[in-house]
Write a protein that binds this ligand. Structure first.
Ligand code: DC
Length: 222
């Protein structure tokens, strides 16, 4: 059943621009915004800090529902808190993204993070959710779905610039992550049925946001 609030999903590969685009769209409409990658990044960080083995699916699944850590929706970032400490900056490091991708393969981890992700659409007027499986698994009945992508060279250049890293190294890490995210058995990254697919390689952030906004206003008749 469709949730009472408006739900927009934006899926796509690493550094496709989905975080900036979804955040701007949410801001335009005064809707809430969540980056679902924060759940996997948070788990990766907490597991590493708490000494939980990254090979132990059962222990990781248990940690998903532990109250030692929380994900909070913010305007600028989806935050992660571990025992009253804001660890948001730590979770967004590229190395932690690779660990997140690795542990996101586990079906029990995915199942145990689902309820908290869906809860983000409760008691809000609207939600823009971005990730890899938002339009396929988390919110299959979303009102409007997008899949945004960009060529690997421009994605690597964007992320390397953001993080002050070497472009080739960044590109190699992204290839591994994208392959892992799209080839896993459970909820692989894919274009959701009925999604609007947009290539952002040669477009500015403003142009992408404007384009998506026109599509969603038309679909929602607002
Ligand atoms: O979008 P991101 O880079 O913050 O995501 C980090 C990792 O989390 C990504 O490589 C795979 C995983 N992830 C996922 O499996 N499903 C999602 N909906 C979001 C992220």
């Amino acid at each position: 059943m469709r949730s009472a609030s408006i739900v927009i999903t934006i899926d796509g590969p690493a550094a496709s621009g989905k975080t900036s685009v979804s955040r701007s769209l949410a801001l335009r409409h005064q809707w809430s915004w969540v980056s679902t990658g924060a759940f996997y990044r948070g788990l990766a960080y907490v597991a590493t800090s708490e000494g939980v083995s990254l090979d132990d699916e059962e222990a990781l699944a248990k940690l998903c529902v532990s109250n030692v850590w929380q994900v909070k929706m913010g305007h600028d970032q989806t935050e992660v808190w571990l025992r009253d400490q804001d660890v948001t900056n730590e979770i967004y490091r590229e190395e932690n993204g690779s660990v997140a991708s690795r542990i996101s393969q586990y079906p029990k981890v995915r199942a145990n993070l689902l309820a908290a992700q869906r809860k983000c659409a409760e008691s809000v007027r609207g939600l823009v959710a971005e990730g890899r499986d938002c339009g396929t698994v988390v919110f299959p009945d979303a009102h409007v779905k997008f899949y945004i992508t960009a060529g690997s060279a421009s994605r690597a250049a964007r992320r390397a610039k953001e993080q002050g890293k070497d472009v080739e190294e960044t590109r190699a890490a992204q290839v591994i992550r994208d392959t892992q995210d799209s080839s896993r058995q459970t909820a692989p990254m894919q274009v959701p049925p009925n999604a609007h697919v947009i290539d952002t390689s040669d477009l500015s952030l403003d142009a992408v946001v404007e384009f998506l906004d026109q599509i969603l206003r038309k679909e929602l008749e607002i």
